[in-house]
Design a protein around this ligand. Structure first.
Ligand code: 1GP
Length: 247
């Protein structure tokens, strides 16, 4: 429970958590480690590593290793399938895409990946993963029955089911590079049913204002990925996001 307990402690002390998502397929392992270091300097709390396509094998392992050489915040896998596991990471979001039509993303990949998690030191953090419109690449790859943006009650009942199934975290995902983040109404409706269970929100969060809206609506953790691949100064951008969400 080291990483999960660590994140809980940050929430207790600072109110919110900022997570930086790095897709190993988007740059070299060396560059990934530079981005991670810059993000840590800006105040990010942990590095998520994963992606829907190509984030596996040697490239994934090397990316995790290089990042771990540079930073001492937790590294958390965000796997698109059982191929997205690496024994070098600290933890894994052990997630089920609850609104997928494909059983593979609901349970089969988890079954295939469980032995590696069991044999290694990776800490599993159980998570309900819910994809909301527009959903982007992950929505297509995961064959998600996308939750309509204007139906917060649908997201809430999925989250409730995940909580009753014993999942500690819920992740509301708009899709990487989404034109806008999950709206505050949906975040609020989901957080209300989750209570103390943790809510992660990601997809399309690009600036302090958007991050703050998500945090105020009830997100415990904010994820940013795409914008950090685009900006020149990752440290400045992360600092902007972090100061908008923390107390
Ligand atoms: C994607 O929610 C994450 O899985 C992050 O989204 O790339 O839009 O920041 P962005």
């Amino acid at each position: 429970m080291q990483v999960e307990a660590h994140l809980q402690k940050i929430i207790d002390q600072e109110g919110k958590v900022h997570l930086t998502l790095i897709d190993p397929a988007s740059q070299t392992p060396e560059r990934a480690a530079e981005i991670a270091l810059a993000a840590v300097k800006g105040g990010t709390d942990a590095i998520m590593i994963g992606g829907s396509t190509g984030a596996s094998g040697t490239l994934l392992d090397e990316t995790v290793i290089k990042i771990k050489e540079k930073v001492d915040v937790p590294t958390i896998l965000f796997p698109g399938s059982s191929a997205g596991l690496s024994r070098y990471a600290d933890a894994v979001f052990f997630m089920s895409l609850l609104n997928s039509r494909d059983l593979g993303y609901v349970i089969t990949n988890q079954v295939l990946g469980a032995p590696l998690v069991y044999q290694s030191q990776i800490e599993p953090i159980s998570m309900a993963y819910l994809i909301v419109e527009p959903g982007g690449t992950v929505g297509w790859v995961g064959d998600a029955k996308l939750i309509p943006r204007k139906k917060p009650e649908l997201a809430a009942v999925y989250a409730l089911a995940g909580k009753y199934l014993g999942m500690h975290y819920t992740y509301l995902e708009a899709g990487s590079g989404a034109d806008k983040p999950i709206n505050p109404e949906m975040i609020g409706a989901v957080k209300q049913v989750l209570g103390e269970n943790k809510l992660i929100v990601g997809g399309g969060i690009r600036d302090a204002e958007a991050a703050k809206l998500c945090a105020l609506a009830g997100a415990d953790m904010i994820v940013t990925g795409t914008v950090l691949e685009e900006v020149r100064d990752v440290t400045v951008k992360v600092a902007e996001l972090v100061s908008a969400i923390k107390r």
